[in-house]
Design a protein around this ligand. Structure first.
Ligand code: 10D
Ligand code: SF4
Length: 316
């Protein structure tokens, strides 16, 4: 029986960003330098397959510093950590490597600078997400107030409306964040912030590519993990921009084939923490059922690269 035709629009850029690349490299280099086990506080990036592969090489993933022995190195995940975490590691005289993405660290520095200037900070982010916890944890309690929605802005209680700044999580929806920033500026006209927001280049580019294809596809598959903020935003962006069906899949076995019945065009992208091998697995699964024609939708090219910390560049 002949297979039905399917046009597969492949988003570019998709998948690993420079911060994820660097964080994975840090764990691999630490294992080479110090041998196993190397401890990692939190999933180095939000992807089970990346984590499993590193675990196979000798990384041990824990949620708290207290779960690490003092005589083994510990790595902090790409999402960033509250200031108290490296401080505690130093107090316990542990060897630690901070894999926080430099673009997240930039937001930490921004928050500190505003605080030094006497401003209270409003963070736009998702409650409970490790990046939000890390950024808010750069400053004493009460110095950073969290807002998640425009409605939160309306009920926000601040120390002094004339002395405020805002920062954001790096993986938010660009469009939703515009609305929240506008609500903050309307309610607190003196609020200081970055030029637009702190959403990073990788998040912005992946959302742009999805927008460019959303109108011409019947369905969208986003390769990524359920706890990956940037991946989940890509599903929302597809749906909000006219794609009738958008699903987050960790790998090919997650695809809901019933939901895809009758489709003629599909979009594929991957979150910043999703390895390309899983994208290829999803494409191969589609090729097994459809007569696939692949078209790239390239809306930007990326050539960002971050150096690993100096401690890993010198032999043990
Ligand atoms: O949940 P998330 O999008 O913040 O993290 P994930 O590990 O999926 O992707 C990398 C993004 C980081 C480390 C935050 F900027
Ligand atoms: Fe860094 Fe952006 Fe990647 Fe997060 S998504 S790790 S901020 S480059």
């Amino acid at each position: 029986m002949s297979k039905p035709p399917l046009t597969l629009y492949l988003a570019a850029p998709r998948g690993f960003c420079a911060g994820v690349d660097r964080a994975i490299k840090i764990v691999e280099m630490a294992l080479q330098k110090w041998g196993a086990p190397v401890y990692v506080r939190h999933e180095i990036v939000h992807n089970k397959f990346v984590v499993d592969a590193l675990r196979d090489q000798g990384a041990v993933f824990v949620e708290e510093l207290d779960d690490c022995p003092e005589d083994r190195p510990v790595i902090f995940s790409a999402h960033g950590v509250p200031k108290a975490v490296p401080a505690e590691a130093a107090r316990r005289e542990m060897v630690y490597v901070d894999a926080t993405c430099p673009l997240v660290s930039k937001v930490h520095i921004e928050a500190e600078r505003h605080h030094e200037n006497g401003l209270q900070i409003v963070m736009i982010g998702h409650a409970g997400h490790p990046e939000t916890i890390g950024t808010m944890g750069q400053l004493p309690d009460g110095e950073v107030l969290l807002v998640e929605t425009e409605a939160d802005v309306a009920t926000l209680s601040v120390r002094d409306p004339a002395r405020l700044a805002f920062v954001t999580q790096t993986t938010l929806s660009v469009d939703d964040t515009k609305g929240i920033v506008a609500a903050l500026q309307a309610r607190f006209p003196a609020i200081i912030g970055p030029h637009k927001e702190d959403i990073c280049y990788a998040t912005t580019n992946r959302q742009e590519a999805v927008k460019a294809m959303a109108g011409k596809i019947d369905a969208m598959l986003v390769v990524g993990a359920p706890n990956s903020s940037n991946s989940r935003r890509l599903v929302e962006v597809a749906a909000k921009n006219g794609c009738a069906y958008a699903q987050l899949v960790q790998r090919a076995t997650d695809i809901d084939w019933r939901a895809l019945e009758g489709i003629r065009a599909i979009g594929i992208t991957a979150g910043a923490s999703a390895p390309e091998v899983l994208v290829n697995e999803v494409i191969d699964a589609l090729k097994a059922r459809y007569d696939v024609t692949v078209e790239q939708v390239e809306t930007a090219t990326e050539n960002v690269e971050f150096k690993v910390p100096r401690i890993l560049r010198v032999p043990a």
